[in-house]
Design a protein around this ligand. Structure first.
Ligand code: LER
Ligand code: MN
Length: 271
């Protein structure tokens, strides 16, 4: 398993669960200093990320990009894949395609979390699900041209009704060989009956993990049963990232330090 930490470049997402904010080069430097393998980036759009020319600083630092989030499509541009308007849905798909393209340039997969949208008065749940499936199929194929997977993230019930658990996520991506599940431990703590069992059941499809404690603070600041979860990840031979998508509390450095300490303790303990 590998360690990663999040960086948000989206002002509209202030207060959200990201450790570093704004200054990408500094965040990459700090993450490297603390011993992380990679950074996960939440950009406003593909062009702004490209214009940072991070390839060089990443190469110089020996750092990777774990994943690139698409949530700004919703937070900043109000696009989502279950919108009632076909034109908005198409714009949402196009927005995600551009992120898949620039993530691939950085060697990383893209994540679909809040862009999955939800049902509404105008769009029944079955229809919302069908819109999402269509989009995931298209976008998974788009990512395949770069040999990258597409990561689909079930979210807790307060954020979506598309998929709240890993089992629901697995049903949604059925028949899409290039789409993998993102297991976010914060959402799972709310929705899963047993986090470790869910990981074991759906493990063949898990491609990324958001490493967060029960209160969405850095792991170690809440009451998550970390050894239990790490041993489930070991059982499924998970070799991807544990990426800290957590609040920058009490501040970025302390959240990052706690994360890397917990990551090291947990991965050393279970072997
Ligand atoms: C995104 O990764 C996520 O977990 C959602 O809660 C949106 O912030
Ligand atoms: Mn997440």
């Amino acid at each position: 398993m590998k360690s990663a930490i999040t960086l948000s470049l989206v002002e509209e997402a202030r207060g959200g669960p990201f450790v570093f904010w704004g200054d990408a080069k500094n965040a990459i430097f700090q993450a490297k200093q603390l011993g992380f393998d990679a950074i996960e980036i939440f950009p406003p759009d593909a062009d702004s990320l490209r214009h940072l020319f991070l390839d060089k600083v990443l190469a110089d630092m020996g750092m990777s990009v774990a994943a690139v989030g698409t949530g700004a499509g919703w937070v900043k541009h109000r696009l989502q894949l279950a919108d009632e308007d076909q034109i908005v849905r198409q714009r949402a798909v196009d927005f995600i395609k551009t992120i898949i393209d620039c993530a691939a340039e950085l060697g990383a997969p893209a994540i679909i979390g809040s862009m999955q949208g939800r049902s509404s008065q105008a769009v029944r749940k079955e229809t919302a699900n069908a819109y999402l499936r269509d989009a995931l199929d298209t976008l998974g194929r788009h990512a395949a041209q770069y040999d990258k997977v597409l990561l689909f993230e079930p979210l807790n019930r307060y954020e979506t009704d598309q998929a709240n658990t890993l089992d629901q996520g697995l049903a949604l991506i059925e028949g899409m060989p290039n789409v993998r599940l993102l297991a976010d431990l914060f959402h799972m703590n709310i929705e899963e009956a047993d986090i470790a069992s869910s990981i074991r059941r759906t493990g063949h499809a898990i491609g990324h993990v958001h490493f967060a404690d029960t209160n969405r603070m850095a792991v170690g600041f809440g009451h998550l049963d970390v050894p239990h979860i790490i041993s489930a990840l070991r059982d499924i031979n998970y070799s991807g990232y544990l990426s800290a998508e957590v609040f920058s509390k009490p501040d970025a450095i302390q959240a990052a330090q706690k994360t890397i300490d917990s990551y090291r303790a947990a991965t050393a303990q279970v072997g």
